[in-house]
Design a binder for this molecule. Sequence first.
Ligand SMILES: NC(=O)c1ccc[n+]([C@@H]2O[C@H](COP(=O)([O-])OP(=O)(O)OC[C@H]3O[C@@H](n4cnc5c(N)ncnc54)[C@H](O)[C@@H]3O)[C@@H](O)[C@H]2O)c1
Length: 269
Amino acid sequence: MYNLLKGKRGIIFGALDENSIAWKTAERVHEEGGVFVLTNAPVAMRMGTIDQLAEKTGSVVIPADATNVEDLEKLVLQAMDILGGKIDFVLHSIGMSVNVRKGNHYTDMNYDFTTKGWDVSALSFHKVLQVLYKKDAMNEWGSIVALTYMAAQRVFPNYNDMADNKAYLESIARSFGYFFGKEKKVRVNTISQSPTPTTAGQGVKGFDGFIAFSDKMSPLGNATALECADYTVAMFSDLTRKVTLQNLYNDGGFSNTGVSQEVVDAFEK
Ligand SMILES: NC(=O)c1ccc[n+]([C@@H]2O[C@H](COP(=O)([O-])OP(=O)(O)OC[C@H]3O[C@@H](n4cnc5c(N)ncnc54)[C@H](O)[C@@H]3O)[C@@H](O)[C@H]2O)c1
């Protein structure tokens, strides 16, 4: 380990269980010397095992619904109080589509569900950024990362309305990142991760076939949750200070591969 985050304080959203990308990130940040509070929606706390992670990493858990600005304000103030100063890094690792959960096809959406999923998966990132910005809660050269998927750029039919949510999320990172950079010297980026076997990932229809295809298409194979955590640690560290407004692919090369030999072979008669 490299002590890359020694002396840095943060907030990590979205650790549900040990498969969660946020869980692996919390473990890696802890190993690199960073301190943080963990947060998740109150309902997720009852379903998941976040307390184990808190114990392991010596962290406090603060429940907050990321769609609720009041919850976020309390979270940010409490986090600064507990950690003893302003924040250096934030991970937004939150996603949920009610249409996907209910099995509604993209061509047959329930728009109340669409709105809810958009609020949780995309607008919540704006809310997190706005609360941090208005409370002047970030230290200069701080780093904020949200997780996304390439369905924001290309069609993946089963990704449903999450594709639109991710496009919106990535746009917020650029738009808000401009002001955060100008006014506070804080960087804002999204990391576009390979398919990963987590609760959210496995909710996508046909996930097993899809993750296997993606692995065969990627010259380096799919990136794991741990590899995403490593990349996020690098983005939180002082080694990436001038990287901002970017959508960064952590996908083994999938996003720039037209076709791989394995996929061609699978179709050859
Ligand atoms: N798993 C994949 O294949 C994959 C690929 C690319 C990007 N991502 C993204 O990574 C992020 C993390 O997902 P994951 O794969 O670790 O799955 P996960 O299910 O472990 O994490 C999703 C988290 O969102 C939280 N959440 C849902 N509603 C919330 C709310 N209202 N307030 C606060 N938190 C809420 C859940 O409790 C959960 O902890 C998501 O943004 C997801 O879209 C996942």
